[in-house]
Design a protein around this ligand. Structure first.
Ligand code: ATP
Ligand code: GCO
Length: 188
């Protein structure tokens, strides 16, 4: 379902600010689609985690090496003969960050999970065992550059149940796959 007709891997990048539900959604998509999953937080160097834990927003310089690691992980999945792509959670807040992730081998689709800032603050505040303090949410929202028309992807507002979120995400992925099939058939 997630490979293009020409066998190109599709990477689904679940993006957005902290607390939108990226991890919750990506884990379920990975299960439903049978694709390998990576959480971008696991690719941060300790210095980035320490910085965020202290409530200091990351800079572009902090983020570039981390994004390159993510891109390389995605490319590695595309080279694995059995994997048809991957599911990744990554804030990917800026267009330029997404440009870097798009360098991965394969096709990259972004699902921007969004939500009401008040709800996000509440969810991040009531979550336990996570390094990200709610105080960083305003800077994340300020940095966020929503998807533009030239970017393959869609914005999904996480304002219902998690099951509902998953179904809406699967519909976006199916539409993207269908479009790829159509384009491939036309160019054949
Ligand atoms: N639709 C929903 N209804 C209720 N709670 C939700 C919903 N979606 C997510 N949550 C809860 O909100 C919190 C944040 O979700 P999650 O950790 O998936 O976000 P995230 O975007 O991965 O955050 P971060 O980028 O900071 O890691 C979690 O406690 C999760 O269980
Ligand atoms: O780009 C960033 O500032 C970081 O990736 C953050 O987004 C956090 O890592 C994430 O939100 C916590 O899970």
């Amino acid at each position: 379902m997630t490979s293009n007709p020409n066998g190109i891997a599709t990477h689904i990048v679940v993006m957005g600010v902290s607390g939108t539900g990226k991890t919750t959604l990506a884990q379920k998509l990975s299960e439903r689609l049978g694709l390998p999953y990576a959480e971008a937080d696991e690719f941060h160097p300790q210095a980035n985690i320490d910085k965020m834990s202290e409530g200091v927003p990351l800079t572009d310089e902090d983020r570039w090496p981390w994004l390159r690691e993510m891109r390389d992980w995605m490319s590695a999945q595309a080279k694995d003969g059995d994997a048809l792509g991957s599911v990744v959670t990554c804030s990917a807040l800026k267009h330029s960050y997404r440009d870097l992730l798009r360098e991965a081998d394969g096709d990259v689709l972004f699902l921007h999970v969004d939500g009401d800032p008040e709800v996000l603050t509440e969810r991040v505040s009531s979550r336990s065992g996570h390094f990200m303090p709610p105080s960083l949410l305003p800077s994340q929202l300020k940095t966020l550059e929503p998807l533009t028309e030239d970017e393959a992807g869609a914005r999904i507002v996480n304002d219902g149940s998690i099951d509902d979120l998953v179904e809406r995400a699967l519909a976006v992925i199916a539409e993207h796959t269908d479009n790829n099939h159509r384009e491939s058939a036309q160019s054949a």
